[in-house]
Design a protein around this ligand. Structure first.
Ligand code: PNS
Length: 169
């Protein structure tokens, strides 16, 4: 039986921390669906179309990884896709309370679907989409934090000129 897992998120934008989870997830499951969903607690900077475009650019090299968009409850999406596993990345204890609540509520809504957590690699433990946006908004260097192919697309949201930087991450 094919093991399908869903990796949901707002990916606003996708970071190297997300990529680390996707890469490891693609080796763990037969099929991994990276699903852009809306987080009602956040107002995205990038449109759904832009977020999908960025994910498609960086994930095209993974044959068992698909990119999709869904507006609605994650558990309904998992049911639609016949996926029994949701994977989430955990960076720090600060992530735990919210993710614990989400895992519990999703399990209540459908006990057949399991949420599994992967610890983010320590080198990305500080990284989040919000931090990337904050650095970029102040013309800071985001090299090494996001995939190289997306560097210009992300900076274009904030500035129209190149930001010279020499990050060594
Ligand atoms: O990257 P994020 O912002 O932490 O991702 C959160 C996301 C989009 C996975 C979460 O907000 C979500 O599942 N949204 C869909 C609505 C839903 O199912 N909420 C949980 C039950 S109330």
């Amino acid at each position: 039986m094919t093991k399908t897992a869903i990796y949901p998120g707002s990916f606003d934008p996708v970071t190297n921390g997300h990529l680390d989870i996707i890469e490891r997830g693609s080796k763990t499951f037969d099929r991994l669906i990276v699903a852009v969903l809306e987080n009602p607690r956040k107002k995205p900077l990038f449109s759904a179309k832009e977020r999908l475009k960025m994910l498609n650019i960086v994930l095209k090299k993974y044959p068992n990884v698909e990119v999709d968009y869904y507006q609605g409850l994650l558990i309904k999406y998992a049911e639609q896709k016949k996926a029994r596993i949701i994977i989430k990345g955990l960076r720090a204890i600060s992530d735990f309370e919210y993710e614990f609540q989400m895992a519990m509520i999703n399990h209540k809504l459908n006990p057949m679907v399991e949420t599994m957590f992967m610890m983010t690699s320590s080198k990305f433990s500080y990284l989040s989409s919000s931090i990337v946006k904050e650095i970029a908004s102040y013309e800071g260097c985001i090299k090494g934090l996001v995939p190289d192919e997306l560097y210009d697309m992300i900076l274009d949201k904030f500035n129209d000129r190149d930001i010279p930087c020499d990050a060594n991450l």
